[in-house]
Design a protein around this ligand. Structure first.
Ligand SMILES: [Zn+2]
Length: 703
């Protein structure tokens, strides 16, 4: 969920548009620029019935604008082609940003019904533009002459980005090849859908662990037991206990259930999903996906699908990613093995006469955690009231960048609990607006994400100020106790705030490039903020007891720091194994024929994986790569982790984690101008050199 900002960018890319002079006389709230303070969406004036007409009118307007560009009889130039295309489709962007934010943050049946109608319209509209030969011809003409032109660096970057978008979507292919590509895309989208549906059935329907003997619950905490009893009752098995493959049910069972045979049973249920030779089997489907992707890559002129995907990322080539993953695997495997041997000792000392298996890992690592770190979340929570954490992150941004946050109460919001803040520069000038939406509700998707209602940009030489939104699902307040966050929630708030700062600081001139970074860069601005959240100096700024105001004691700070190293060998290895599996599938050249079970076995053997650890996702339930947008891209979290650890280390090495000079450099190169050039070039402008792996290895206790 933390990547929502990226997904939205991708969805909106083809919609990113604008039209300056068209006067709309109807009163649809999306027809014209908003006349609210700071041009925030007029939520109080938007009616559900406004959306569909706004989408239809917005698509029509966009089509007309593109037609005006392609019908232009004069020679293509940046001013008569790229610029109007970059600024086209403004109404569509306005309605899309509000609508797709609300279908995640505050949805209802009516909105879902509209989404079903709108999705095929948008998909067709995007294809029409991607395959518009006249438009591509004009863009190509500008692209071909760009080096001898008088375009500035930002303009050239925008031209190159647009050219590559069209090229990567098949604009350079012959008609026959385009037809082939369309067919492959169509087949792939159906196969991905099927993969996801099968997985849903395998996870939610095809496996249940029903317990009717109380003794089999031995070891489980009371709240887990009562949740299982409730689940059983709902399922028509009153008086029994039901466990499923959903994480909140599965993980506590693996962590706490003393009954080893049942732990094995539920874990087998989990890791065999999609591989049961039943109607929901995913093996043939994923083999087809792999084959078609290899064909698609070949059509587009790439050696394999990984080469196609990574060409657009910082890493550039699959070989770079392979080497990166291998290096980390070499560093983390011994740590995982050491963790295993510590756990084996516990099992032995308890008289267990067996070698640990994969279904034992959670159970014994939990014992190890208590033994080594003794961190009780309930002891921490009073120091992390939502208000204190939020004020802490605002104060941190103030220390680093001089900006301030002032609550405003006169702006329309889409739900009553949503808060709005005006963000100002150190000199008091307006920077943007931040919406904060904290608590779960039925109308909201799970997880946390950051997005915007208005991206920062430029219009007719004037800066357009961003309107950014953070949506979370934190523990709500109860009675007279305020919302108290656990450590994971605290880190999440800082994480999403990092995405928000990226959106607020963005300065690029063109929609296509402003703040637009590769997939393996996206999590740098967010993950880097998590580093500050746990620093003793920063904790002392905000972690204060909600009742007494007492600053968090050093003893607790120490526990937070130490527990950061818990189980990191395992966590890193299972992640790397999945990343390697992903790459192995997508580095196959056509004709790519795989038998998933043996393919996975060979790949994991070559990677040196030990039997006691399975890849975080095995092939038949690897939804990120077979039904989501992460094919050949599961590695990006770790790639960005190298960047964020290295960036933060730079601050630490300077002796001042608030170093204003470094903060200014980070803001300029890695946030404000992040889309101006390639990700690594922007990073090096800040850091002066390429990132080192060491800070990440040290942070995870792998070195
Ligand atoms: Zn994120």
């Amino acid at each position: 969920m933390k990547n929502r900002i990226l997904l939205l960018t991708v969805i909106l890319f083809a919609l990113i548009t604008a039209c300056k002079n068209e006067k709309k006389t109807n009163d649809n709230p999306f027809a014209t620029e908003y006349s609210t303070p700071f041009q925030v969406p007029p939520f109080d004036k938007i009616d559900t019935t406004d959306y569909l007409p706004a989408f239809i009118a917005g698509i029509k307007q966009h089509d007309e604008e593109v037609l005006a560009i392609t019908d232009n009889a004069t020679e293509p130039t940046f001013e008569n082609t790229i610029l109007p295309f970059d600024k086209s489709g403004k109404m569509l962007t306005r309605v899309s940003k509000v609508f797709f934010n609300l279908t995640e943050a505050n949805t209802n049946d009516q909105l879902q019904a509209i989404a079903n109608k709108v999705s095929p319209l948008l998909s067709k509209h995007n294809d029409d533009i991607a395959m518009n030969a006249k438009l591509f011809t004009r863009i190509k003409a500008i692209y071909d002459k760009r080096s001898g032109s008088n375009l500035d660096a930002q303009q050239i970057r925008a031209v190159e980005k647009y050219y590559r978008d069209f090229e990567r979507r098949g604009a350079n292919l012959s008609k026959d090849q385009q037809d082939q590509l369309r067919k492959i895309n169509e087949d792939l989208s159906m196969l991905s859908l099927k993969f996801g549906n099968n997985l849903l059935a395998e996870t939610n329907k095809n496996f249940k662990l029903v317990i009717d003997n109380k003794a089999d619950l031995d070891g489980l905490p009371d709240d887990v037991i009562s949740a299982a009893a409730e689940a059983a009752e709902k399922d028509g098995s009153k008086g029994k206990w039901l466990f499923t493959l959903a994480k909140p049910s599965l993980i506590p069972f693996l962590q706490y259930a003393k009954n080893r045979a049942l732990r094995e049973k539920i874990y087998r249920g989990y890791f065999m999903r999609g591989n049961n030779d039943n109607a929901n089997d995913n093996k043939a489907i994923l083999a087809d996906i792999v084959r078609l992707r290899a064909e698609k890559a070949k059509l587009l002129g790439y050696e394999n699908y990984a080469a196609y995907v990574i060409d657009d990322n910082m890493a550039k080539t699959p070989a770079t990613v392979d080497a990166f993953l291998d290096k980390l695997m070499v560093a983390s495997l011994p740590v995982a093995k050491a963790e295993l041997s510590e756990m084996q000792k516990i099992a032995d000392s308890e008289g267990g006469n067996f070698k640990l298996k994969s279904w034992d890992w959670w159970y014994y690592s939990e014992k190890l955690r208590k033994l080594k770190y003794d961190l009780d979340e309930n002891e921490l929570k009073p120091y992390f009231s939502l208000e204190n954490v939020r004020n802490g992150m605002f104060a941190l941004a103030g220390k680093l960048y001089g900006i301030t946050f002032t609550k405003v109460t006169n702006l329309p919001v889409y739900y009553k609990d949503v808060e709005t803040f005006e963000v100002k520069e150190a000199d008091g000038s307006h920077l943007g607006i931040l919406y904060l939406d904290y608590y779960p509700r039925e109308s909201k998707s799970g997880g946390a994400w950051c997005t915007d209602f208005q991206s920062a940009g430029w219009e007719n030489g004037k800066k357009v100020d961003p309107v950014v939104s953070m949506v979370c699902n934190f523990t709500p307040p109860t009675g007279d106790i305020p919302a108290l966050l656990n450590w994971d929630e605290t880190s999440t708030l800082f994480h999403e705030f990092g995405h928000a700062l990226h959106g607020l600081f963005t300065l690029g001139k063109y929609n296509r490039t402003a703040g637009n970074v590769p997939q393996d860069y996206v999590e740098l601005p967010s993950q880097v903020m998590e580093n500050w959240a746990g620093e003793p100096e920063v904790l002392k700024m905000y972690a204060k007891h909600y009742k007494t105001g007492e600053v968090i004691p050093d003893k607790l700070i120490d526990k937070i720091e130490k527990s950061g190293l818990f189980n990191q060998g395992f966590v890193t290895v299972e992640y790397l194994a999945a990343s390697i599996l992903d790459l192995d599938y997508h580095e196959l050249a056509t004709p790519a024929k795989v038998e998933p079970v043996s393919f996975e076995k060979d790949a994991m053997y070559k990677a040196g994986l030990i039997d006691e650890i399975l890849p975080r996702y095995r092939s038949t339930y690897f939804a990120h790569i077979f039904s989501g947008g992460y094919a050949a891209g599961y590695y990006v979290y770790m790639w960005a982790a190298v960047l964020d650890a290295d960036a933060f280390d730079y601050f630490k090495q300077s002796g001042d984690i608030f170093n204003p000079e470094l903060a200014a450099k980070f803001r300029k190169n890695c946030l404000a101008e992040s889309g101006d050039d390639e990700g690594m070039i922007q990073y090096k402008k800040f850091r002066g050199q390429e990132p080192s792996l060491d800070p990440l290895l040290k942070r995870r206790g792998l070195k």
